[in-house]
Design a protein around this ligand. Structure first.
Ligand code: DC
Length: 224
């Protein structure tokens, strides 16, 4: 049976940085499920589908063939055969992903893909509903969070480092709005699984969080 680690939490809690580091140390595949929702959102944006029209989005889902490959340990998302990694990390696509991800048809398609990947490989998978819905049997579940002020500051620093103009107050307001949407949607809302370990990273360095998760991994996978 594959060894699966589920990491959930709000946007900007550091899930991907931390999961990537843990994956490397524990020889796991890192599965970024947010990128799959972003690829679906990118498809809908390109098709000029009205994102608020859930039926229109659901009707187009079968036309979006989303697949994943690993190239030198990096997850590459293909949308109808095209590598779309370069287009996924924009604010526009992130915000569109937050609008389309509650649509049941979207989730059904992507959850199937995620479950297939996890069944076939030892992996650490991050998202919003991994411990609660996608991998309820994961050997280790982590709920990673940080205050919205800290998450906004991290995002601001990231954008500033890339030379992109940004406004801290607006970033924090966007994060809070996205949290609200992710936590209050009907379909698979973001919430901590009962058996997940809660980790608040507001006052922790990345290395400290990684170290703590590595300890937890070793406890739940003694041979690792
Ligand atoms: O983690 P991220 O910012 O790349 O996620 C983009 C959006 O996708 C986010 O608003 C929530 C949604 N998402 C989801 O609903 N379920 C997941 N497992 C992962 C992401």
């Amino acid at each position: 049976m594959a060894f699966n680690v589920a990491v959930d939490g709000p946007a900007g809690a550091g899930k991907s940085t931390i999961a990537r580091a843990v994956a490397e140390k524990m020889n796991l595949i890192y599965v970024d499920t947010g990128a799959m929702y972003r690829a679906m959102a990118l498809f809908m944006l390109r098709e000029q589908v009205d994102l608020e029209d859930a039926e229109a989005v659901a009707a187009r889902c079968p036309l979006a063939d989303i697949t994943i490959r690993y190239e030198e340990g990096v997850q590459v998302v293909f949308l109808n055969g095209e590598n779309v990694n370069p287009f996924l990390r924009t604010e526009e696509v992130g915000s569109a992903a937050s609008v389309v991800s509650p649509i049941p048809r979207v989730r059904q398609q992507l959850v199937e893909l995620q479950q297939r990947l996890a069944a076939g490989s030892d992996c650490i998978m991050d998202g919003r509903d991994i411990g609660t819905c996608v991998l309820p049997g994961a050997q280790l579940k982590i709920y990673l969070t940080a205050s919205s002020a800290v998450r906004a500051r991290r995002r601001y620093d990231e954008l500033a480092a890339r030379g992109e103009p940004c406004d801290l107050a607006k970033i924090q307001a966007d994060i809070e709005e996205r949290d609200y949407r992710d936590m209050h949607r009907e379909e698979s809302p973001l919430k901590q699984a009962e058996d997940a370990v809660y980790l608040d990273t507001s006052d922790l360095a990345v290395e400290q969080v990684v170290e703590r998760i590595l300890e937890l991994c070793r406890e739940s996978r003694p041979e690792g």
